[in-house]
Design a protein around this ligand. Structure first.
Ligand SMILES: [Zn+2]
Length: 257
């Protein structure tokens, strides 16, 4: 499952290749033939993301809503493009590039007017241009559930996956099992701000980097502190691994007591 920053990054990359262009839309697999016909020949006016949902806005008022789910993925081709694979749900082809969408969970057209409702179904998106920290903080402060679970609950907050969860709780010195309602408003405000900064850096670099902004000229690779680590880089205590809702949770029992 991609973490939130990869979806925002995809929205940005796809806009760079296709925005402002007239696109040919087809459904080689045949499962989105009617939908493709409604956007075929339209101009892509922009892209956006809500958590793990991608939105492609067309100049004829149609909005393509995509959720890749666990197995969905993209393929990008440069002109002259290869013929699409048979499993391709939707191909969007512009003058320079084509984007293939394969195996998505959701691929549908929704009216522009339904976007606010879609937005309200999910917790505030950490990378939104219109951030709503107060809504996320209120949802966390109402809950008895552990903060580690709340951060991964897309109805509470959008954008955090397993790696960012482990890292952010360690950076803030928070025990993952602390009930949401026991965390102060200020602490949650600080948590929100730092999560947003980390995800913004993720979009910028296309890598999960949680141990400081890379210096100029430094190679960009994934760099974390405690995720899948043996010992804590701050205090050398052994990192504790446990399971929560089927996902591995990492934490330092000393720094996150
Ligand atoms: Zn430690």
């Amino acid at each position: 499952m991609p973490e939130g920053h990869t979806i925002h990054r995809a929205a940005r990359d796809h806009a760079e290749l296709l925005q402002g262009k007239t696109l040919a839309a087809t459904s080689p697999q045949g499962r989105f033939t009617d939908g493709a016909a409604k956007i075929d020949g339209a101009v892509l006016s922009g892209t956006s993301a809500i958590g793990k949902h991608l939105l492609y806005h067309f100049d004829n008022g149609q909005v393509l809503h995509l959720h890749l789910g666990l197995g969905g993925y993209f393929r990008i081709y440069q002109q002259p493009v290869d013929p699409p694979r048979e499993v391709t749900r939707l191909r969007l082809e512009g003058p320079t590039h084509a984007l293939d969408i394969i195996g998505p969970n959701t691929c549908e057209l929704i009216p522009e007017a339904d976007l606010p409702a879609l937005r309200m179904r999910y917790g505030p998106d950490l990378l939104s241009d219109m951030p709503e920290p107060a809504r996320a903080i209120a949802a966390i402060r109402k809950s008895r559930a552990p903060i580690a679970r709340l951060l991964m609950d897309q109805k509470v907050i959008s954008g955090i996956g397993n790696i960012y969860r482990a890292e952010i709780l360690w950076l803030r010195g928070l025990n993952p099992m602390t009930p949401g309602r026991e965390i102060s408003e200020e602490a949650l405000k600080g948590l929100w701000d730092e999560m947003r900064e980390l995800l913004q850096l993720g979009v910028e670099t296309n890598a999960i980097i949680t141990n400081g902004r890379p210096k100029k000229g430094e190679p960009i690779t994934e760099r974390t502190n405690i995720f899948a680590a043996e010992t804590c880089p701050r205090c050398a205590t052994e990192i504790e691994k446990s399971k929560l809702s089927g996902r591995t949770l990492y934490h330092c029992p000393t720094c996150q007591a």
